[in-house]
Design a protein around this ligand. Structure first.
Ligand SMILES: *Cc1c(COP(=O)(O)O)cnc(C)c1O
Length: 366
């Protein structure tokens, strides 16, 4: 089966060299040498400050909520956060898991990111934060969101899991908000097997998060505050250092795949409208059919040919019982029912891509 994405495996000899170092130092976790090295290299590559590596992208969100006081239960009122229904489950479930009610407001029908004009109607006295997603690596309307947050005294945490390396108006997209989180899961563009990072706007938030990811421990006999275990380990960092060495090459190959799809399908179907000023990372190739039947039919056809396309992101999150009863979000629900993500990864064979394109064009009769 051809998967929708395939984890990138870097040069094995190089990885073995780093493993040799781990063996000789006999140091496996707790802010080891490779974690420190990867932190510095990522800050440089992404052109950001205050980056903290963590065990996965979900914990990155949870630590950010905690540091910024979103999930702080010592404050009065039951906390709420405005978020998007069109994302991977972790954006909203991480809020709910930490006792924050995710309040869904609808997305923009073209960019598929949270639509700023829907934020204010969703606010209550208990709203503490806005948690937008740069979905598929597209930039949210960061200017409008920033202005609303400032006016209403809200924190902004961007789930930037898809936005590794994305630039917006010539700068890292990760510079917006009080924090941005990344996922380094195996299936993401840049990965550490499992892993993630938080990029904080303020150094003091970074310093607090550093304690929090290690149980709140600050010395051999001092525990300063409540914490959890969210540390990245040396094996993860070793993988990350090797993947980072090859990320530019990986990006080039993905861009080729992306452009071939765009040329063959772009004029026949809706694609995501990229925000103005975006320098994209070619992380995903979602297409939108005009009816759900087409999606179901083409997904079955592709499967017969050994290709697994996936219905990302389906279903729209406001429809999930486990997140609590919510108002229907028609733009998100409609998009979710008609979207399909096509396989995109560095080693996707041209011949397979040609089959995928031919099957879709046959379905569309073009
Ligand atoms: C992958 C992903 C996450 C979760 O990251 P993990 O590293 O798997 O915990 C969160 N949000 C979005 C949008 C994602 O795509």
């Amino acid at each position: 089966m051809i998967p929708v994405t395939k984890p990138y495996l870097p040069n094995r000899k190089k990885l073995e060299k780093l493993l040799d170092g781990i063996y000789s130092r006999h140091w496996l976790t707790n802010n080891g040498q490779l974690v420190q090295e990867l932190t510095a290299r990522l800050e440089e590559y992404l052109e950001v400050d205050n980056l903290l590596l963590v065990a996965n992208g979900t914990l990155a969100l949870q630590i950010a909520y905690r540091v910024l006081g979103v999930s702080d239960s010592s404050k009065t009122g039951s906390p709420e956060a405005i978020t998007t229904p069109f994302s991977f489950i972790a954006t909203a479930s991480s809020l709910k898991w930490d006792g924050v009610k995710p309040v869904f407001v609808d997305i923009d029908p073209l960019t598929w990111c949270l639509d700023p004009k829907n934020i204010v109607p969703g606010l209550t006295a208990n709203t503490r934060a806005i948690v937008p997603v740069h979905v598929f690596g597209n930039a949210c309307d960061v200017e409008s969101i920033g202005a609303i947050a400032q006016e209403h005294g809200l924190k902004v945490i961007y789930d930037a899991s898809h936005a590794f390396g994305v630039k917006y108006k010539g700068e890292s997209l990760l510079k917006h908000g009080d924090a941005s989180t990344l996922s380094f899961h195996a299936t993401k563009l840049f990965h550490t097997g499992e892993g993630g990072a938080i990029v904080f706007k303020r150094k003091e938030d970074l310093e607090r998060a550093k304690k929090m990811i290690n149980f709140g421990i600050t010395g051999p006999e001092t525990i300063e505050e409540l914490g959890i275990n969210a540390k990245m380990n040396e094996l993860q960092a070793a993988m990350g250092l090797c993947v980072l060495d090859e990320v530019e090459e990986n990006l080039k190959l993905r861009a080729d795949v992306w452009q071939r799809y765009e040329e063959a399908l772009g004029m026949y179907m809706q694609l995501q409208a990229k925000s103005h000023g975006l320098d994209y990372n070619f992380a995903y190739f979602p297409v939108v059919f005009d009816r759900e039947e087409h999606v179901v039919h083409i997904a079955a056809k592709l499967k017969e040919s050994g290709v697994l396309a996936r219905r990302y992101f389906y279903p729209s999150l406001e429809s999930l019982e486990c997140l609590g009863a919510q108002v229907d979000q028609p733009v998100s629900r409609d998009l979710a029912s008609r979207i399909l993500c096509l396989p995109i990864f560095y080693s996707l064979p041209d011949s397979v891509q040609a089959v995928i394109i031919a099957l879709i064009r046959a379905e569309l009769r073009v």
